[in-house]
Ligand binder design. Structure first.
Ligand SMILES: [Mg+2]
Length: 122
């Protein structure tokens, strides 16, 4: 069995409680990974590693997939078949449908346009 736990607003919301789960999983020989949609940067890795503290070594993997990748796709690409997801934003887990992917792309284009218009305003 593989459990995937989110970091922001999930693990970070109550580390002591999730640490208890990590220890239980370790004893039960259940694999736990952490996938975050943060960008894969050294700073983000260090922040998350520090927040987990000693329990970081229980994790089999820390995957930072960035905001444009579905967590299910990131897990699969890294070779993990996740059985249980623990996440405050479950909508970011599945691979987006073609319609959802198009909507996300349109939202990103609108945000870029909005940003450009703000920059052009005197
Ligand atoms: Mg989250």
């Amino acid at each position: 069995m593989t459990i995937c736990i989110d970091f922001d607003q999930t693990y970070s919301r109550n580390p002591a409680m999730w640490d208890a789960l990590l220890h239980a999983a370790e004893i039960a020989q259940v694999e736990v990974i952490c996938i975050s949609r943060r960008e894969d940067t050294t700073d983000n890795r260090q922040t998350i590693r520090a927040a987990f503290g000693d329990e970081f070594q229980i994790l089999s993997a820390l995957i930072l997939c960035g905001p444009n990748t579905a967590k299910a796709d990131a897990a699969k690409a890294a070779g993990f078949a996740v059985d249980i997801w623990i996440d405050d934003s479950p909508e970011v887990i599945p691979s987006p449908s073609p319609t959802r992917a198009a909507l996300l792309k349109a939202e990103q284009a609108a945000a870029r346009m909005d940003q450009a218009l703000k920059g052009a305003t005197p």
